[in-house]
Ligand binder design. Structure first.
Ligand SMILES: Cc1cc2nc3c(=O)[nH]c(=O)nc-3n(C[C@H](O)[C@H](O)[C@H](O)COP(=O)(O)OP(=O)(O)OC[C@H]3O[C@@H](n4cnc5c(N)ncnc54)[C@H](O)[C@@H]3O)c2cc1C
Length: 311
């Protein structure tokens, strides 16, 4: 066992997005001594979302920042303790779990991993600046804002193709920009894309820069074969160049699928007793605020049961 002055908690939650904040609300309200560790902003991906229109209870939609603030306030009302640190490693210490951060080390009886999922970024000029102002990583979330608009989708895998097909419900015209001359995505999606009259294809091309003022106005596109640059006036840029779950710090402690998502049972329990996972970092069908909140509640309840059964 490392050092004698390590703080011990009944529950540690890693990640303060909607899954982590919900788990924290439940366990704190049930009077379990709980610490939530968050490296970024409480609210997680919600803080990068302008308006969330599909979270029940807010008929006019709610700003991501505001929903984050409300969830934080509600969880803290019941005594949830929060520290701003990055978890870098988790190890087993008998039945307890040792959680190492960039600043400290903690021990806990149970752990709930809620570290989310991040969209891979292109890292091009304008991408960060215009995220939420025309640049999006989520068609289900933001597609409706682009009714009758000119939009582009970057990517060539399943998510790019399915999200592009979904976006044609709203967009006037949509261009898929792909760095190769063929898609990687499933054949049936390719067929649907090729058959859709709203979709244009731009092969061997990458987005080099996103330009605008308060919102996106145009993009610079580079042809990777010729090196030629063209400018295209558009209103929306959807980037689907891959997703990555934030589970690298686990270093094989719990079972992951081939993409790195944590495999759990229906009660959100992982392959290790007393370690649960909730939200986007978990292998599941739909990654949204509503499902993250549902997972957070289930994982918290399963955690409470685990702790009570051991008494
Ligand atoms: C641009 C955009 C728009 C979206 N719009 C909608 C929408 O309209 N409706 C909807 O329902 N969903 C929307 N989503 C999806 C939704 O935000 C996510 O499904 C949801 O936030 C997932 O919640 P989570 O708690 O699982 O993870 P996250 O929200 O990703 O939170 C995880 C948290 O864990 C923290 N973390 C990660 N690793 C560590 C570590 N090692 N140590 C400490 N902290 C760590 C992160 O900083 C982050 O704050 C959108 C997503 C994006 C990106």
């Amino acid at each position: 066992m490392e050092g004698g002055d390590i703080k011990n908690y009944e529950v540690i939650i890693i990640g303060g997005g909607p899954a982590g904040l919900t788990a924290g609300l439940y366990t704190s309200r049930s009077r379990f001594n709980t610490l939530l560790i968050e490296i970024g902003l409480l609210g997680g991906q919600m803080t990068t979302t302008e308006v969330i229109e599909n979270y029940p209870g807010f008929p006019q939609g709610i700003h991501g920042d505001e929903l984050s603030r409300l969830m934080e306030e509600q969880a803290k009302r019941f005594g949830l303790e929060v520290v701003s640190q990055e978890v870098v490693e988790v190890k087993l210490e008998g039945e307890r779990k040792l959680v190492k951060t960039d600043e400290s080390t903690y021990l806990c009886e149970t752990l709930i991993i809620c570290t989310g999922n991040e969209y891979r970024k292109l890292g091009i000029p304008g991408e960060k600046e215009f995220t939420g102002k025309g640049v999006s990583y989520c068609a289900t979330c933001d597609g409706a804002f682009f009714k009758d608009s000119q939009v582009v989708v970057a990517g060539g895998g399943d998510s790019a193709l399915t999200e592009a097909l979904y976006l044609t419900k709203f967009a006037k015209e949509l261009t898929i920009i792909h760095r190769r001359d063929a898609f990687r995505g499933t054949k049936i999606y390719q067929e649907r894309v090729f058959a859709n009259p709203k979709i244009k294809l731009l092969w061997n091309s990458v987005i080099q820069e996103i330009k605008g003022d308060s919102i996106v106005r145009s993009i610079l596109i580079k042809n990777v074969k010729t090196g030629g640059i063209t400018e295209l006036n558009i209103e929306g840029v959807f980037l689907f160049v891959g997703l990555s779950p934030r589970t690298q710090f686990l270093k094989g402690l719990v079972n992951l699928d081939e993409a790195g998502y944590i495999i759990t049972d229906e009660n959100c329990e992982t392959s290790v007793k007393g370690i649960f996972a909730a939200g986007d970092c978990r292998k599941k069908l739909l990654r949204q605020v509503a499902t993250a909140v549902g997972d957070g509640a289930i994982a918290a309840f399963a955690t409470e049961k685990y702790l009570e059964d051991r008494k």
